[in-house]
Design a protein around this ligand. Sequence first.
Ligand code: ADP
Length: 554
Amino acid sequence: MPSLLPKTYESSDLTDDRLGSLTEINLESASDDADPGAANSKPDFAATEENENPPPLAGANVMNIILVAMECAPWSKTGGLGDVAGALPKALARRGHRVMVVVPRYGIYSEAKDLGLYKRYKIAGQDMEVNYFHASIDGVDFVFMESPDFRHRGNNIYGGGRVDILKRMVLFCKAAVEIPWIVPCGGVCYGDGNLVFIANDWHTALLPVYLKAYYRDNGLMKYTRSVLVIHNIAHQGRGPVEDFSIVDLPDHYLDLFKLYDPVGGEHFNIFAAGLKTADRVVTVSHGYAWEIKTSEGGWGLHEIINDSDWKLQGIVNGIDMTDWNPEVDIHLKSDGYTNFSLDNFQTKKPQCKAALQRELGLPIRDDVPMIGFIGRLDHQKGVDLIAEAIPWIVSQDVQLVLLGTGRADLEEMLKKFDSQYHNKVRSWVGFSVKMAHRITAGVDILLMPSRFEPCGLNQLYAMMNGTIPVVHAVGGLRDTVQQFDPYNETGFGWTFERAEANRLINALGNCLNTYRNYKDSWVGLQRRGMSQDLSWDNAAKLYEEVLVAAKYQW
Ligand code: ADP
């Protein structure tokens, strides 16, 4: 059987065994005909419906792109990262790139085939095995990494003790950085020609470090680049300095990880090392790109971010239009809900509102403004501000629907609101993608009082669905929700400048006033929101520019 590695990367050339002896890898299911020299050739895009038309918008800059993330919708999702990992790669593939997503396999995904490729890694002295599954969907290679440590973790992706979490991330990144050599997609490995990795958040921030330490420092993968995307800088992979022994790097790498801050003292910080090592850094909005450079918004990493300013760019996330477009949304096809569009939302959206009221057992009234909240229940999302404002909210003729999961005390609080104000409030404690879609389509107003919000996707989904956002003007919320101006009939919603309950009440009060008394303005707000091009296509083009810069601008 021919090796799938180009000659220069045969394992015997390596100074250590990190590329693995290929004898360990069962390549039975890989094509024997695979031409090593063709490792960088483009896949047969014609195989998928989406690519019936020639896609190479990217022209001379066609790249091999591997996005690595701990979650990817629809298979795994705890928040916006899952949505991004599911949608951005498809948009990049539509631009003509060869794109792979690498994500853990938490469950049985029927569309993915077992490649029969086994590989072992030693993590903190323990042998850990991975195996790969593959599916080609919408022109993207989805590669699912199977390991006993990932199995059945779908509901608790980031759970467990600190060391166990760290070991999982080390395993994932060590294995992912080798994938271009060992996982053939369509019979052909990606190789390192024109290759860029996109790592996401601290969980995969070790990948740029491994790329450098295991390969580039050894004269290998010289032209491969890494881009690290910050979706949320508040989570960093912190621990005691001794955690360095787990990540399996040469001693001189320790300094990259060491960080001092007044709270934790000197500690080990994975995000810090990833940010320093990545060739480019992206964050998910312009507002957040600015905020993380401040001591308030950088959560201790602001100095590193400032030092990395030359390689930092904010790019606002897009929307997966096959998923969140009310015209085709599959969650609106039953139980009295209906799809709707810019042409018919004035008659059809009320049908969704009635279906939502029916489903939740609320009085079915079209005239009552229905307000929604969807999000993780934690300090970031500001659900406690809604709690402070709730006496005022329920004093109004409104209905309030809260969907969330997270901190136990906040879950209890939501349940209490439901029972205390049952004629007006419904709380859905749990993670329900279907309910998230139905609430987004059915309610009139979406509240997002987040204390900080790197991008925020729910306000984008809301606008797409003719639902008016009322948001704290931070990060991506400031970027995307322009304040309504009644004189010029511009803007998309209401914003408030400080994360305080009275500010939220003021903004929501103005919003309710417009809903009740200025119907034309309301419809104008809905129409403007729905008319925006919030698709991933724009954002993918900007990502492409960053990837090109990572490759060619030094
Ligand atoms: P974050 O990534 O900080 O959680 P985002 O606004 O970027 O916030 O993305 C949140 C994503 O998670 C959205 O797709 C939203 O609909 C979804 N989501 C959040 N909470 C829930 C929940 N309880 N049930 C279903 N979907 C949820």
